[in-house]
Design a protein around this ligand. Structure first.
Ligand SMILES: NC(=O)c1ccc[n+]([C@@H]2O[C@H](COP(=O)([O-])OP(=O)(O)OC[C@H]3O[C@@H](n4cnc5c(N)ncnc54)[C@H](O)[C@@H]3O)[C@@H](O)[C@H]2O)c1
Ligand SMILES: [Zn+2]
Ligand SMILES: [Zn+2]
Length: 388
């Protein structure tokens, strides 16, 4: 089959690889009909999350069940399904606590309680390096889906691929930030990042009854998309530290700060020379400047939800501010399985629309170009959907 294969160093190549086969009786093989590129894929593409051997990329995909193992009960050949991005067994301690990203069974070689830099990682993710299970992903013609009775959800024929594809990751991810932030109605929610995840967080904040929803970004066209697709207020991060955003949020909240700040950027924000020097001196990967901004912009006793990936540790993390303000901090791989069913209902009822952030629809054969424009923010790219 044809697939997007990451090479050591991060380069993506459109290549011929072996078709996936059933390895366990609980597996299914999916013929992929639509797949997308995620901001998380860029950490591998940039080479900062290392992958030493070729691996098929992609954790946002859907398609038709082509084959099932003997043990699969909930699916049949021909079903049309979406597949949530964590690979999770469905019956371990963490799966039973609605935390599939921490599954104890899906990543046997690299799993552990510590959460170290290169050891004792969390549960597996599709197409997300050997450290996260080494499973081939869905930017391909076919994908093997383990634990097929637990992850895949059957989709109604009334819904198009584009209407439901983002239920595999970015919509439940954005929603998780709002859920962690315990938004119940009337809140001011400040979201750093107007990429696909930040925009989905904004849509979710409205769904949960927020009163004001604001997206921040360093790139104007991303903000324009947030305004168009999520009807959020927008503000451009200015200067090296985005102090203008902190001033703004305090000015509209009686000098308190936002009830909830969402970090939908992570450890690879836009950086200047000073940031680069800091990370070299501290031997740190990327920068925590966006997380620091969240800690400043949030009100005392407010919530900070961290969706953006942080892959290392940082000595200057503002733990004093965390304590003084009594901030409630939560982050991690989003529990996609937990929210996917109710969110699919919202899509079916027309309460929310997800496909309005798609800027590029391309054949999978153009995946190398797709990674390039998404990563370089060329051609006003926000979200690419690929058709195998
Ligand atoms: N927790 C999870 O389960 C989960 C799931 C999906 C994605 N993610 C992570 O979420 C993050 C965002 O993903 P995405 O798909 O939207 O990626 P993306 O790279 O398209 O979006 C990131 C956005 O942040 C903006 N940005 C850069 N510096 C900034 C700054 N200083 N202030 C504000 N905005 C800034 C960029 O211009 C860009 O628009 C990534 O780190 C990704 O790995 C996490
Ligand atoms: Zn993702
Ligand atoms: Zn599990």
């Amino acid at each position: 089959m044809k697939a997007a294969v990451v090479q050591p160093g991060g380069k993506i190549k459109y290549e011929t690889v072996a078709d996936p086969i059933l390895k366990h009786s609980s597996d299914a093989i999916i013929k992929v009909t639509s797949t997308a590129i995620c901001g998380s894929d860029l950490h591998i593409y940039n080479g900062s999350l290392p992958q030493m051997r070729p691996m098929v990329m992609g954790h946002e995909f859907m398609g038709i069940v082509e084959e099932i193992g003997r043990g699969v009960k909930n699916l049949k050949i021909g079903d049309r399904v979406i597949v949530p991005f964590p690979v999770a067994c469905g019956h371990c301690f963490f799966c039973n606590h609605e935390s599939p990203g921490n599954c104890e069974n899906s990543n046997p070689e690299h799993y552990g309680p510590e959460g170290g830099l290169l050891t004792e990682k969390g549960g597996a993710l599709f197409g997300y390096t050997d450290l996260y299970g080494g499973y081939d992903g869905g930017q391909a013609e076919f994908a093997r889906v383990p634990y097929a009775d637990y992850g895949p959800r059957i989709v109604s024929e009334n819904l198009t691929d584009e209407q439901v594809l983002f239920l595999t990751d970015i919509f439940p991810t954005g929603y998780s930030a709002i859920d962690w932030g315990e938004v119940k109605g009337g809140e001011t929610v400040l979201i750093y990042g107007a990429g696909p995840v930040g925009i989905m967080a904004a849509k979710s904040a409205w769904l949960r009854g927020a009163e004001r929803v604001i997206n921040v970004d360093t790139v104007q066209y991303r903000l324009d998309m947030a305004k168009a697709a999520a009807n959020s207020e927008i503000i451009l991060w200015e200067g090296g530290n985005g102090k203008n955003v902190i001033d703004f949020i305090r000015s509209i909240t009686n000098n308190r700060g936002a009830d909830l700040c969402v970090d939908a950027v992570g450890y690879e924000p836009d950086v200047n020379l000073l940031d680069r020097a800091k990370s070299v001196i501290n031997l740190e990967m990327g920068s925590i400047k966006v997380l620091e901004a969240c800690m400043s912009a949030v009100r005392r006793n407010g919530h900070v939800s961290v969706l953006g990936v942080y892959a290392g540790n940082y000595t200057n993390f503002p733990v004093g501010q965390f304590f003084d303000k009594g901030i409630i901090l939560k982050g991690g791989q989003a529990p996609a399985h937990k929210h996917i069913d109710v969110l699919m209902k919202y899509v079916a009822e027309g309460k929310v629309k997800l496909d309005d952030i798609i800027t590029h629809r391309l054949p999978l054969s153009e995946v190398e170009h797709a990674y390039h424009i998404f990563s370089k923010k060329e051609d006003n790219c926000v979200k690419v959907v690929l058709k195998p």
